[in-house]
Design a protein around this ligand. Structure first.
Ligand SMILES: Nc1nc2c(ncn2[C@@H]2O[C@H](COP(=O)(O)OP(=O)(O)OP(=O)(O)O)[C@@H](O)[C@H]2O)c(=O)[nH]1
Ligand SMILES: [Mg+2]
Length: 210
């Protein structure tokens, strides 16, 4: 008896896109981060490029396919006038700074204000990049400073601001503020999938919230 249409019994899958904007001062490594999440190669051409990270989440008894789409402006310094369009409809934002560049750390508050000014208080993921240069640079930003600032960002917010310290160039995750499984707490993530893990985790949180 194969007459029943089996697809009727599959869980309903809905496709949603979550727009995530990537911001931060020039030269902090935003494009390098996007490329690291892709694994290799080009993410596209034009003034803005995007990367899609599909994830599956459960809402009640229903499964949903959610696609996190991370946008990067190519050399944003040339396109400041695009900002309003760029932020339109964003559901989350990744703010990158360079742990060896204090000014880029000081800019975090500016970026938060720009984002929240355009689209309201969407969740933020802060990335401290270039952790591979930590030991060779005395000007570095200390983790306690970052965590204190992030805590202040998280006050009275539905979703806490998260912190990840990483090297986009070497594809290393050095620290995540989120509690993760023990197997994921190694200093060096050997594969692309593992490098993506904390990002996927954050996007899942975003998807559940929206
Ligand atoms: N050592 C080290 N260098 C990095 C890392 N990530 C990026 N860089 C370098 O930093 C420079 C800037 O990187 P980009 O990814 O172009 O920076 P961006 O934020 O996209 O810059 P704009 O597009 O101009 O805003 C490049 O020379 C990268 O090779 C990292 O994790 N470690
Ligand atoms: Mg760039």
């Amino acid at each position: 008896m194969e007459s029943v249409n089996k697809t009727d019994f599959k869980p309903r899958i809905e496709e949603n896109y979550l727009k995530i904007v990537l911001v931060g001062d020039s030269n902090v490594g935003k494009t390098t981060l996007l490329n690291a999440l892709v694994g290799s190669g080009e993410t596209g051409r034009g003034y803005s490029v995007s990367l899609e990270i599909p994830i599956e989440i459960k809402k009640g008894d229903k499964k949903e396919l959610v696609v996190g789409r991370i946008y990067d402006l190519r050399s944003q310094r040339y396109f400041p006038f695009l900002h309003s369009l760029y932020y339109n409809n964003a559901k989350g934002a990744i703010i990158v700074f360079d742990i060896t560049d204090k000014n880029s750390f000081k800019s975090l508050t500016k970026w938060r204000d720009i984002i929240w000014g355009h689209v309201g208080n969407i969740p933020l993921l802060v990335c401290g990049n270039k952790t591979d240069l930590k030991n060779s640079n005395e000007e570095q930003v200390f983790q306690q400073e970052v965590l204190a600032l992030i805590k202040s960002f998280s006050k009275n917010r539905a979703m806490k601001t998260t912190y990840i310290e990483l090297s986009a160039e070497k594809r290393i995750i050095a620290y995540t503020a989120e509690k993760m499984k023990k197997s994921q707490l190694k200093d060096i993530y050997p594969t692309i999938d593992a490098f993506r893990d904390p990002f996927v985790h954050w996007i899942k949180g975003l998807a559940k919230k929206t």
